[in-house]
Design a protein around this ligand. Structure first.
Ligand SMILES: N[C@@H](CCC(=O)N[C@@H](CS)C(=O)NCC(=O)O)C(=O)O
Length: 237
């Protein structure tokens, strides 16, 4: 049996991708349960309980022996020390968790560019408000979050967000930078010259052996319009 079981939807990168990247970078022994024979049913069933541990509200969640842990940032806080993806010591671990929670906030705002009226309506049923929301996101919120992380990176010497080695936060910022480039090629293409350190970080992470192998494999789900990062040209002004 694999050491780690990741439970996440099989057809999207979504929030699960932040966990997949950590597991893949570390070469961890894991199964992506939703993408296996038991499929998304197993992911849904786990949320009804029965896996042991604390019942998750939503995916991604991880099972490791008797532990079941949910909430992306919490999953990564659990995995970080075990996978060597966070520096030792409480200050660094708190810093990593803090940054990951900020990323979780940012993820909600990214999602809300195409679902400003919530997840119960299709994008097609909330297009006018999506245009307004995406315009405000691109003008004010994207620069606020990415500018913050650019500053943190610079203050820490430019190569890593925390400490002197790659952490799960660096991997998550890689995914954010890549996803924004997919969703908003025009607007993010214009903006990215203001965050040179984050863009260099993105390029360095892509070359890490575990990540490069993952990106070249069928395990990496392509970006798509059922996902968190969606490319709708009408929102990319
Ligand atoms: N804050 C949680 C959010 C979890 C979440 O919203 N998961 C989504 C999939 S990405 C889901 O299916 N939630 C169930 C729902 O909202 O109906 C995290 O970061 O893990």
């Amino acid at each position: 049996m694999a050491n780690y079981e990741l439970y996440y939807w099989s057809n999207i990168q979504g929030r699960g991708e932040f966990v997949r990247l950590a597991l893949e970078d570390a070469g961890a022994d894991y199964v992506d349960v939703g993408r296996g024979p038991r499929g998304d049913d197993a992911v849904a069933r786990g949320m009804k309980g029965g896996l042991g541990g604390t019942r998750p509200f939503g995916p991604p969640y991880l099972r490791h022996g008797k532990i079941v842990v949910a909430q992306t940032a919490n999953v990564l806080a659990y995995l970080g020390p075990r996978l060597g993806l966070v520096p030792k010591g409480e200050p660094a671990r708190l810093a990593a968790h803090q940054h990951q929670l900020t990323i979780a906030d940012f993820v909600v705002e990214i999602h809300d560019t195409h679902h400003p009226e919530g997840p119960t309506l299709y994008y097609e049923d909330q297009k006018p408000s999506s245009r307004r929301r995406a315009a405000a996101f691109l003008a004010a919120r994207l620069p606020l979050f990415m500018g913050y992380f650019e500053d943190v990176l610079e203050e820490n010497g430019g190569r890593h967000i925390i400490g002197r080695s790659v952490s799960y936060v660096d991997l998550s910022l890689y995914q954010i930078a890549l996803g924004l480039g997919y969703a908003f090629p025009r607007a993010f293409g214009r903006y990215q010259k203001k965050i040179p350190r984050l863009m260099a970080l993105r390029d360095r992470i892509a070359e890490r052996p575990g990540i490069a192998a993952y990106l070249a494999s069928e395990r990496r789900i392509p970006f798509n319009e059922d996902d968190l990062f969606r490319h709708y040209p009408e929102l990319d002004k």
